[in-house]
Design a protein around this ligand. Sequence first.
Ligand SMILES: C[S@@+](CC[C@H](N)C(=O)[O-])C[C@H]1O[C@@H](n2cnc3c(N)ncnc32)[C@H](O)[C@@H]1O
Length: 825
Amino acid sequence: MGRRARFRRLQQQQQSEGGEDATKRGRKRSAAGWEGGYPEIIKENKLFEHYYQELKIVPEEEWEQFMGALREPLPATLRITGYKSHAKEILHCLKSKYFKELENLEVDGQKVDVPQPLSWYPEELAWHTNLSRKILRKSPQLEKFHQFLVSETESGNISRQEAVSMIPPLLLRVQPHHKILDMCAAPGSKTAQLIEMLHADMSIPFPEGFVIANDVDNRRCYLLVHQAKRLSSPCVMVVNHDASSIPRLHMDVGGRKEALFYDRILCDVPCSGDGTMRKNIDVWKKWTTLNSLQLHGLQLRIATRGAEQLAEGGRMVYSTCSLNPIEDEAVIASLLEKSEGALELVDVSSELSGLKWMPGLSHWKVMTKDGQWFADWEEVPHTRHTQIRPTMFPPKDLEKLQAMNLQRCLRILPHHQNTGGFFVAVLVKNSPMPWNKRQPKLLGRSAEIRDAPHPSPKHPTGGKVTEPSEADSKPLSEVGVVEGIQGMEDADNDGSKRDGVCGPPPSKKMKLFGFKEDPFVFIPEDDPLFPPIEKFYALDSSFPKMNLLTRTTEGKKRQLYMVSKELRNVLLNNSERMKVINTGIKVLCRNNSGEHLDCAFRLAQEGIYTLYPFIKSRIVTVSMEDVVTLLTQENPFFRKLSSETYNQAKTMVKGSIVLKYEPDARKPGTLQCPIVMCGWRGKTSFRTFVPKNERLHYLRMMGVEVLGDKKKERLVLTDESTAGGGPAETKMQAEEASEPDGAAGSDVTTDDGPDGTAGGGTAGDGSPGRAVGDDAPGNGSLDGAAGGDAAEDSSLDGTVGGDVAGGSSPDRTAGGDASGDGMSQ
Ligand SMILES: C[S@@+](CC[C@H](N)C(=O)[O-])C[C@H]1O[C@@H](n2cnc3c(N)ncnc32)[C@H](O)[C@@H]1O
């Protein structure tokens, strides 16, 4: 039988008989409970099977196992973010409590396996469970565990992430000084990993490196913003470009502009996604080769653009969740070929011990959407030239092919370790790309190599010729990139540094269509708003106030954000070419009534871990018991806290404070990681400004379980809990005895809060009569909705405080786009 005839027969078979077995199989699995009793789709696609059997991506004897694994739902995997020093505590909590509760648990007659750590992920920070998403959401026995996952995901302490998706960032081997570009970053689970790696040393508030996370899809950029915000890093910038022509950025180095070359690039390209069919079951119905044929060109252009912007010695990881060699090895082979030795595949076989994979293919052929196979570009008739491109084939020159070491690519097959399918290749750059040969070698450690424009490479990529970006194709003087030897352009000469304003540029050179983000305005160091802040918080002289910015050029500055020195440099030198969606973390917010206080700005929890090392006053060290009281009560009177706490605060004037818990290694039963919280010292009481999920996180770490109840949260004090009523009333200071003695919050009318919303009247959520504490803005407390304009505040019933929805403000996506359970790729 001819190939075409065989193909047609396969198509017919698929339509007629193919589904029957699968339906039966589906019923059987439903009975087993994994799909919660819902009818399944038919998990059959004969073409898919035919295609991959021909390409031999799976050893013949493993074929049934491979197909069997694809038909099973994908188990959930979770990653504890190693970013915060709290990771160890979470791990402890998971192992000693939540995983213990899963022992001997049965759901729908099926035993739940206790999660196991992924052997190749460092420090037991990633875990594999046999719980599908659906089961986690629906099973009452798993409610507590599910809530834990949701809440800890929101506060950035846990990420539900596919196991295979954790691999690329690990293989990038990120160091805190690396300048990193994540080319196709949304929704951002890998970006989060990269950010965590930058902050591996938590004692450094501003690592030298940064992550620029890009996505072409503007709406998905806001998913990225949400993801990045959970990690409160001043070293992240979200930008919105087509990665295949992402502009070359520049930095001011010693007063001269130099092109920015990245030390690490993640190129996690858009793909046909057939490795995700365990999760995205639609792939079963829709799979054809057309998607991969159409994506190949874009994938190659993105990878080429990445390679151009990689520093010499830098690493780039190319990955897809497709098993298809057209999107995988063909892209890598073509990139290597056009690099003429500038790029090399890295042997990473020893880098993730315990991970199983198949070596990359060196031979493959190309199938058209209607089933015609071609082993050689020469065989492809002209009529097919728009669909099939020469770069889709392996190189014909065997010596060249061998030198590419395509076997160094990794293809992860679902049945090997119960994951999705995935492809990864790690490249290192030895020299400039051939068309950037004038790229000078300059400076020392990182991103210091600049390339010069050059005509585009001639290789066709999926029907299009790879064009260097607009910036690259301009004369050097126009793009501000000048050879070191020939002299450098003055950083100030291009007008992009207009009084520290870098925002939606009135660009003549490059039109950023539809771009309407608020500007990023750096605050001049002599701005009169600084002295009161510096005095009030006794900021250390090393505090880099030049890195503070606002998002408005007019009116009062309400929120102050902070970026690292390096990102400031990037922002100031690229406003004309960059669509920045978001950057910076909020460190200070103006109080509505703050003008009457000694300082108009209160601390913001989002940026407290960055700001705290520079704050030298208004710090109150609190015990674990006090932390519980502060986080579970709306605005506890001073007398509800320990005398030690009160004594530290009693001489302080009203206003924002830092509440700090220091672990005591001599008391191993207590929380062993530090906590820094923003608070308010009122007239008679304290208040904390900690968002809901972060509160719940701290409470859980201290053994206080919070159970979800649609209407109201319930606190359950577990055995380990120290919250047994808080410190004794006898600790109350004599001078407080005359204070009103009602329930928390009853003294509200006596004491204005930071935003002047004192009083027991209407709260931010509009619920009449709810008592608001003396320290007004809603704090996301356990028994009410957040009010006021404290953006970081959120209540337990899911409302997020005030300004989050504000148009193009950097907070506008907070809580918005994120999927319910924080599940990302
Ligand atoms: C596989 S997903 C990336 C997943 C992401 N790296 C993560 O770990 O969460 C591919 C992303 O590429 C984006 N994309 C598609 N075409 C693009 C292009 N030309 N430039 C930049 N991003 C693109 C899509 O919007 C999508 O968000």
